[in-house]
Design a protein around this ligand. Structure first.
Ligand code: NAD
Length: 522
């Protein structure tokens, strides 16, 4: 008798206290397939409902989320550890704003679009582009923004007329269930947004199921595995992967502002943000003063349970993440870097707490400057010239976002153009994610495709070109009936279209015209 081993359940744990919040059975492969089938069966009616009615559901969702903002933020804080106010601002508000963007813009962005024909012989046609939903969109999401990532990606998929099946991170199922519950209360039929809890194997089952497109957000390693599986059946994917975002502080920047930005940018969500400042390059003239400022500000941060309104930095999500951070810091320390703040666990607060850390005199031979850290660590390095800063910032396998700091906006924008990243901010960090109109995504190993804004909406639709001929009773001149004379006529036709000389164009046009009266035209 064969025994089928049931995978261990996934568990939502409060990372600040270690309290088990809830366990979820992993969704088996057959159940994932069944969820996708239910989604497929329900999707055509959702599409046919039309954009206005779909957006009404989003509007009701927005109202409910606004009303329940505090409860939702508390669930996010308990499950992910981030301070309550961050759950409110970087999760709930981002989702509210994403809904607002869609309510305001999806109608016009999804509208059919006329395509004009420059080519003279194509003038007798009417052409337009139709945007059709893919059908069923699979979403696989991470734990670091457990509400806003499923919300921003899910809402745009739904607005475009798709159904969604989502595999949340194994660490943060509760936050996604909040989203599901709000959508259902807003009137969305159950089959259109289904959550399949589980770990990597459930995610792999979703990739192998009959979804029509996958939006994956997670690490580069998992993203590559997912892309390989997707390639086997040409499943289109968007990959939102890791980052190692550089912050470049030029010699004319406001030291007070730039140092505050570095501290917030590196430690928001305990550094577990794909867009967090992971490398900081400071002009040598400012270097020591900048270090003094960030060390002083870091020393004032209150670390603790995110439910305490005083808390500015919460715990890491789990021990494995903490060990990655610890190993990178120790590698830098062993390599001669100066640890100026933090650099150690805070066991008195709980098992997952790590002190906000500032490290100076790092270099690109260190893991800390090459691998994603995803923890509360701010490594700072000096540079001499702008060229050197650009070289250092671009010397990475990642390319999610970057920032340039200067009092001279033009100078900042000129440097921004030289940085290899999906987003470059001049005098700000991280906040680009909160701009619903702005495309989000990376270059190099940071990913493929875009979420958010118009480009995110375009990822949720298939573009179909519609072409309607205005002269249905007329054969096309290029159809059969070939021969030496026809070849000469068509040479004339090419001259008519593209010759630089008017004489040749007119002569070519007259020759081409004869093709309409040729013998043997089929
Ligand atoms: P992860 O790659 O470990 O997991 C992400 C998701 O993929 C989880 O739901 C996981 O269960 C699933 N998964 C794992 N293996 C899979 C497989 N073989 N097939 C299908 N699904 C699989 O990442 P994480 O630790 O949850 O999240 C942190 C990472 O996400 C960081 O690298 C961070 O930079 C990145 N991230 C990127 C963005 C972005 O927008 N670019 C946003 C947030 C997080």
């Amino acid at each position: 008798m064969s025994t089928v081993t049931q995978p261990a359940p996934v568990v939502s744990v409060d990372p600040a206290t270690g309290e088990v919040l809830r366990e979820f059975e992993c969704t088996a492969e057959a159940e994932v397939r069944a969820a996708v089938e239910r989604a497929r069966a329900a999707q055509p009616a959702w599409h046919e409902l039309g954009i206005s009615k779909r957006l009404q559901v989003l509007r009701r969702f927005q109202t409910l989320l606004h009303e329940q903002k505090s409860d939702v933020a508390r669930v996010i804080t308990r499950e992910s550890g981030k301070p309550y106010v961050e759950a409110l601002l970087t999760e709930v508000v981002v989702a509210l704003d994403a809904a607002q963007f869609l309510i305001a813009s999806a109608h016009s962005l999804l509208r059919d679009q006329r395509i004009g024909h420059a080519n003279l012989v194509m003038k007798a046609k009417r052409g337009w582009v139709v945007r059709e939903p893919y059908g069923v969109i699979g979403i696989i999401s991470p734990w670091n923004y457990p509400f806003n990532i499923p919300a921003t990606e899910g809402l745009v998929a739904l607005a475009a007329g798709n159904a969604v099946v989502i595999k949340p991170s194994e660490f943060t199922t509760l936050s996604v269930l909040e989203l599901q519950s709000l959508l259902r209360s807003a009137g969305l039929p159950e089959a259109l947004f289904q959550v399949v809890p589980g770990a990597g194997a459930t995610g792999a089952a979703l990739v192998d199921s009959k979804i029509d497109k996958l939006i994956f957000t997670g690490s580069v390693a998992s993203g590559k595995r997912v892309a390989q599986a997707a390639a086997a059946r040409l499943l289109p994917v968007v990959l939102e992967l890791g980052g190692k975002d550089p912050m470049v502080v030029l010699d004319d920047s406001d030291l007070e502002v730039a140092s505050s930005a570095a501290v917030w940018g590196a430690f928001v969500n305990a550094g577990q943000t794909c867009l967090s400042v992971e490398r900081c390059y400071v002009h040598q003239n400012l270097y020591e003063r900048f270090l003094a400022a960030v060390v002083e500000k870091t020393g004032k941060l209150r670390v603790g349970n995110g439910l305490d309104p005083q808390t500015e930095v919460g715990p890491l999500i789990h021990q494995r993440q903490l060990q990655i951070v610890e190993a990178q810091v120790e590698d830098a320390r062993a390599g001669g870097a100066r640890v100026l703040a933090g650099g150690a666990r805070l066991p008195q607060l709980g098992a997952n707490f790590y002190g906000p850390t500032v490290i100076a005199d790092v270099h690109h031979g260190m893991r800390l400057m090459r691998e994603e850290t995803f923890g509360p660590v701010l490594p700072v390095m000096a540079f001499g010239s702008e060229d050197e800063a650009v070289h250092l910032a671009n010397d990475s396998e990642f390319g999610l976002a970057a920032s340039v700091w200067t009092s001279d906006r033009k100078r900042g924008e000129a440097m921004a153009a030289r940085l290899q990243a999906g987003t470059v901010m001049v005098n700000d960090v991280v906040s680009c994610y909160g701009i619903s109109e702005a495309p989000h995504g990376g270059v190099k190993s940071s990913g493929l495709g875009r979420t958010h804004g118009r480009f995110g909406l375009e990822e949720m639709v298939r573009v179909k070109y519609m072409d309607s001929d205005l002269l249905p009773r007329m054969r096309k001149v290029w159809w059969y009936g070939y021969g030496p004379e026809f070849s000469r006529q068509m040479e004339g036709f090419v001259d008519f279209l593209f010759s630089r000389h008017w004489g040749a164009r007119i002569g070519g046009g007259l020759r081409a015209l004869k093709a309409y009266f040729r013998r043997g035209w089929l």
